[in-house]
Design a protein around this ligand. Structure first.
Ligand SMILES: *Cc1c(COP(=O)(O)O)cnc(C)c1O
Length: 347
C-alpha cells in the first residue's frame, strides 16, 4: 500500500502559517550579537533569554547518538505533548477515530477524549498481544492513528514485531510506537525501520531510563514530512532552557545512564526471584521494562498492606484483563531490599 502523508494532514493544519518567533527569524546563534529583538530583560540570570525554539544543540546530540537526521526529530514537553501534537495534526475532531490496544497507557484515551476523537479499543489477547483480525475489521477510512506501546505499560511485555510489521505494511494510517521503556529491553528500537515505513512514528522519553521525569522531555522520530507538520503546530518555546541544558548534560553522560539501566535490570531479576516464592502472587507477567506486573489473590488487600508498610505500588485492577494486578516499579537496591523484606512477612 502506498502511504501518502498529505492525505492525513488536517486541512486547517495544512493551510495554517506557523507563529514566527524572534529567535526563528534570526538563526545565527554562534556569533556574539546584541539581542534587541525579543523584548527580554538583558540582565543575565542564565534564563533571561528565550530558549532555542528548535533545540539545535540537543537535537544534534540525539541525532548522533540515534544515527538519525535532525529533521526527523521533534521534541515535546514530555511524550504527552508529542502525542497531543500527533492528534492535533492528523485527527479531525468528531470525525476521525483512532485504535488503541488496552490494557495500555492511559494518555492515548485521555488525548482522544480531549481532542474529541473516537477511540476504538481492541483488547490485547491473553498473552497481551494484538488481535490483528479485529484491528483490520474495526479500521475504516477515518481511522488515522494506531497506537502500540512496546514494552507495554502496564503489562511490561514487548509487542510482537511480526504484529507491528504486519500493521506497518497493511494499516492505511499512521502507526505510533511508544517506546518509553525501550532502553530497558534487549530488543532494538523501531528507529532503524523509519526509512522503510513512511507511516511510522516513534516516541521516546527521558522520563524513565534517563532519570529525568522532572524536566519533561519527550522525543518523536518520524519521516521529515511528518516532523515538519508537527514542528509547524508546536508551541514555539515548548522546551524550556533549563530542560535543554539538563537534557544535554545527561545525554553527554550516557555511560552513567547505561550503568543505572544495567543495575535496574539486575535488581529486577532479584525481585522477580523473591516474588516467585510468594504464594499470594498468582502470576508474574514477563517484563522488558523497569516494572513488574503481578496478579495477586486480592489486589486491594495487598495494596493496603504495602501502603501500611510505607510502600506505594500501583493497583491496575481496573484495567481490562488486569483483575487483581499490581504494578511494581524497580527502585534503588535498598528500596527493593525493603520491599522484599516486607513481602516475606506477608501471609
Ligand atoms: C511514562 C510513560 C511515558 C512518558 O511520558 P512523558 O510525558 O515523556 O513523561 C510515555 N509513554 C508511556 C507508555 C509511559 O509509561
Amino acid at each position: 500500500m502506498k502511504f501518502d502523508i498529505k492525505q492525513f494532514i488536517r486541512p486547517n493544519v495544512a493551510k495554517m502559517k506557523p507563529y514566527s518567533s524572534a529567535r526563528d527569524e534570526f538563526k545565527d546563534f554562534d556569533k556574539e550579537m546584541i539581542f534587541l529583538d525579543a523584548n527580554e530583560n538583558p540582565f543575565e540570570t542564565n534564563v533571561n533569554r528565550y530558549p532555542d525554539p528548535q533545540q539545535r544543540k540537543l537535537k544534534s546530540i540525539l541525532s548522533k547518538q540515534k544515527n538519525i537526521p535532525v529533521d526527523q526529530i521533534l521534541l515535546g514537553n514530555g511524550s504527552d505533548e508529542v502525542l497531543d501534537l500527533i492528534f492535533r495534526a492528523f485527527c479531525e475532531p468528531s470525525k476521525d477515530n483512532i485504535i488503541t490496544l488496552p490494557p495500555t497507557y492511559g494518555m492515548y484515551n485521555v488525548l482522544a477524549s480531549l481532542n474529541n476523537i473516537e477511540n476504538r479499543e481492541v483488547l490485547l489477547d491473553s498473552d497481551f498481544q494484538p488481535d490483528l483480525d479485529e484491528i483490520s475489521r474495526i479500521a475504516d477510512t477515518r481511522t488515522k492513528l494506531l497506537f502500540f506501546c512496546s514494552p507495554n505499560n502496564p503489562t511490561g511485555n514487548l509487542i510482537s514485531s511480526e504484529a507491528i510489521l504486519n500493521l506497518l505494511k497493511n494499516f492505511n494510517g499512521l502507526v505510533v510506537i511508544d517506546e518509553a521503556y525501550i532502553d530497558f529491553s534487549e530488543e532494538e528500537s523501531w528507529i532503524t525501520k523509519l526509512n522503510e515505513f513512511s507511516n511510522l512514528i516513534i516516541t521516546q522519553t527521558l522520563s524513565k531510563a534517563y532519570g529525568l521525569a522532572g524536566i519533561r522531555l519527550g522525543i518523536c522520530y518520524a519521516s521529515s514530512e511528518i516532523i515538519s507538520v508537527l514542528n509547524k503546530i508546536k508551541p514555539p518555546y515548548n522546551i524550556n532552557e533549563l530542560t535543554q541544558q539538563k537534557a544535554i548534560e545527561q545525554l553527554q553522560n550516557v555511560e552513567k545512564v547505561q550503568m543505572e539501566i544495567t543495575s535496574l535490570i539486575e535488581e529486577k531479576n532479584q525481585l522477580l526471584k523473591a516474588l516467585n516464592e510468594k504464594k499470594f502472587i498468582k502470576k508474574i507477567y514477563p517484563t522488558d521494562a523497569n516494572f513488574i506486573l503481578i496478579k495477586v489473590d486480592d489486589a486491594e488487600k495487598r495494596y493496603s498492606q504495602l501502603l501500611e508498610n510505607g510502600i506505594v505500588v500501583r493497583n491496575r485492577s481496573s484495567q481490562p484483563l488486569c483483575e487483581n494486578t499490581l504494578r511494581i516499579t524497580i527502585g534503588t537496591p535498598s528500596e527493593n531490599e525493603k520491599l522484599i523484606t516486607i513481602l516475606k512477612e506477608f501471609k
